[in-house]
Design a protein around this ligand. Structure first.
Ligand SMILES: [Ca+2]
Ligand SMILES: [Ca+2]
Length: 156
């Protein structure tokens, strides 16, 4: 699986996490998601993580035995990003990157992880809010799923 973009942050500024679903045999064990450290991303294939902002990552075309109904991508509460998920095409008003596993036949080809700057809620100081949102929009989309298959791992 390859899910890259030219704006990826350098290694020191990003975290890479496994996005495996161990109950799904279709190629997920070597899939990695990299994102800016400011997101504080963590992955759970068995329910939300307490104290974090969690987004369900699901694909209804998956068989129940593949356990994609309780998988979550979680951010630190202070993350300046809002994430959204679609299992059927990109979303309006977000920047979206395809989240695909070509070894998995259950319609992952039209699945997208989407991001936009989080809304900043303040009662006053409108000017400051505007500046923050503007600067965030300048940051390129920085999520990628990387294939990290060891050479020869499946060789006979
Ligand atoms: Ca699961
Ligand atoms: Ca789909």
């Amino acid at each position: 699986m390859s899910f890259g973009c030219s704006g990826s942050p350098p290694p020191k500024e990003r975290d890479c996490i496994s996005v495996d679903e161990p109950a799904d045999p279709d190629g997920w064990a070597d899939n990695i998601l990299c994102a800016p450290k400011s997101m504080g991303l963590r992955w759970s294939y068995a329910g939300k993580i307490a104290g974090m902002r969690c987004l369900q990552i699901t694909e209804p075309a998956e068989p129940a035995a593949h356990a994609w109904t309780d998988n979550y991508l979680c951010q630190t509460p202070s993350s300046p990003w809002e994430l959204a998920w679609s299992y059927a095409g990109p979303l309006d008003s977000f920047l979206c990157e395809r989240w695909n596993e070509t070894a998995d036949a259950h319609t992952w080809g039209d699945n997208f992880l989407c991001v936009r700057p989080a809304k900043v809620v303040v009662a006053a100081a409108n000017t400051r809010t505007f500046e923050l949102q503007s600067s965030l929009r300048l940051v390129p989309f920085e999520l990628e799923l990387e294939a990290q298959r060891p050479a020869g791992r499946f060789a006979r």
